[in-house]
Design a protein. Structure first.
Length: 183
């Protein structure tokens, strides 16, 4: 049996065609929604002067969402930093102490542990967003460094890099608080 005409004289679709379209739209919404909610939370920051970025990804979102904190502690002697580690995003104080502790225990900062800057001294923390650090090196010496904050990592690093504009090599890194994905 062949289906009859799918349009009424007024141009409206008959029910079977509407039903099929509604099912397709619903299936697409479930597929898109499932991928957005399955995306992992991230926390990243720069790991070296040559812009290698280390990424930590957690499969499960932490309990602090929607009010998570992140912080960076920058070591002015080695140009390596520390960032908020898993599970310490719940409070501003916890995020800052986690970043400072991470900076001081990293092997790359051995011998220069006291050069790690407390995040609270330079406002190197953010809630529900990203904080970035950019630094400028000339003749193998740190000339200046500054911070940037934004909702996303690229915007935060752009802001931080803009503040250290000048002669020399500019590099940057960032850390982002876990947050819900916006659809």
């Amino acid at each position: 049996m062949v289906p009859q005409v799918c349009h009424r004289p007024g141009g409206e679709l008959l029910r079977p065609a509407l039903f099929v379209r509604a099912l397709l739209a619903l299936a697409a919404a479930f597929a898109l929604g499932g991928t957005l909610f399955a995306a992992p939370a991230t926390s990243t920051t720069a790991d070296s002067v040559t812009s290698r970025v280390s990424t930590q990804v957690t499969a499960r979102a932490p309990g602090c969402i929607p009010r998570c904190w992140t912080a960076i502690s920058f070591n002015t002697a080695t140009l390596r930093g520390g960032w908020t580690q898993n599970g310490d995003w719940g409070t501003k104080a916890g995020a800052m102490s986690s970043a400072l502790r991470h900076c001081r225990v990293r092997p790359v900062n051995a011998g220069h542990r006291q050069a790690c800057v407390l995040p609270g001294n330079r406002d190197l923390y953010a809630q529900n967003g990203c904080v970035a650090v950019a630094w400028r090196v000339r003749n193998d010496h740190l000339v200046e460094w500054n911070k940037g904050k934004a909702f996303g990592p690229k915007a935060a690093m752009r802001e931080a890099r803009r503040k250290v504009d000048g002669r020399g090599t500019i590099d940057s890194g960032y850390s982002c608080a876990p947050r819900r994905w916006r659809g």
